[in-house]
Design a binder for this molecule. Structure first.
Ligand SMILES: NC(=O)c1ccc[n+]([C@@H]2O[C@H](COP(=O)([O-])OP(=O)(O)OC[C@H]3O[C@@H](n4cnc5c(N)ncnc54)[C@H](OP(=O)(O)O)[C@@H]3O)[C@@H](O)[C@H]2O)c1
Length: 254
């Protein structure tokens, strides 16, 4: 897919959660388009494997082991990017997990874990990155959100609370920082062949739901999300600010 070249040439791109799924695909695509990728996640071996793949293909990347529930580790991720490459052009907030539990069954610990991982990390990474972006007079932040920001499904209520808040976070950053040359947008994927859906038994179990919940009748791919992200991070998308791009096969319409 795609024949464009050097869309992110020499851009320093920090991505949270590059050890698997959508984050891993974005890291590889962005590096192939000339970006210097700063990947992160808790699983160091998988993260270093992605760096090796990128370097083998002639790209540039480093991995910074990071647990995004710890703000000091997020700050270290941003500062390591700046120390290594001199500045930060782009932050992609992507790291998250999707617990499946009816709302009534959540404990206080469940609530805190979802909010700290899926929302708190987006908030703090944005604040740390914005300080550099404002000083240098340019930058882009992309939040990987979810169709569940606007559509409820039983069992993902707590996850969707964090996702709904990310839409407002995107708008707040877009509104307050546009005059400083900073853009912030979000992508709202529908069901994607990543995360839990990589397990064949989960795909089989969810087959009917996938067909019923998505008008196009299939899961999306990580490549489809990564290419949407590439567009929103390109200079050609500079008039997009505070935008939600749904890449969901029409799921939000059901
Ligand atoms: N797959 C879908 O159908 C779908 C649909 C809508 C939205 N999304 C969104 O897309 C994004 C990526 O999800 P995915 O499907 O690609 O899932 P995934 O394959 O499970 O990847 C999640 C990534 O987040 C990282 N992560 C999770 N908790 C972390 C923590 N505490 N500290 C640091 N990193 C952490 C993981 O790295 P480590 O485990 O190594 O820490 C991993 O790299 C998420 O924001 C998700 O909500 C996915």
């Amino acid at each position: 897919m795609g024949t464009y070249k050097d869309i992110l040439k020499d851009k320093v791109v920090v991505i949270t959660g590059t050890t698997s799924g959508i984050g891993k695909e974005m890291a590889k695509l962005f590096a192939s388009q000339g970006a210097k990728v700063v990947g992160s996640g808790r699983r160091e071996e998988l993260g270093q494997e992605v760096v090796r793949d990128i370097k083998y293909s002639g790209g540039e990347a480093i991995f910074v082991k990071t647990d995004v529930t710890d703000p000091s580790q997020i700050e270290n991720l941003i500062e390591t990017a700046v120390k290594t490459y001199g500045h930060i052009d782009i932050l992609v907030n992507n790291a998250a997990y999707e617990p499946n539990k009816l709302f009534i069954d959540n404990t206080y610990e469940d609530y805190r874990k979802v909010i700290d991982t899926n929302l708190g990390s987006y908030v703090m990474a944005s604040i740390y990155a914005l300080r550099h972006m404002k000083a240098q007079g340019h930058g882009k932040i992309l939040n990987i959100n979810s169709v569940t920001a606007v559509q409820q499904v039983p069992g993902v209520g707590m996850y969707s609370l964090a996702k709904a808040a990310i839409t407002n976070l995107t708008k707040v950053i877009a509104l307050e920082n546009a005059k400083d040359g900073i853009r912030c947008n979000e992508i709202n994927p529908g069901l994607i062949l990543a995360g839990e859906f990589e397990k064949p038994e989960v795909r089989e179990w969810a087959k009917d739901a996938i067909e019923k919940m998505t008008p196009v009748g299939r899961l999306g791919t990580v490549e489809e999300i990564a290419h949407a992200a590439l567009y929103l991070l390109s200079d050609e998308a500079d008039f997009c600010n505070g935008t939600s791009l749904f890449v969901d096969g029409g799921r939000r319409l059901i």
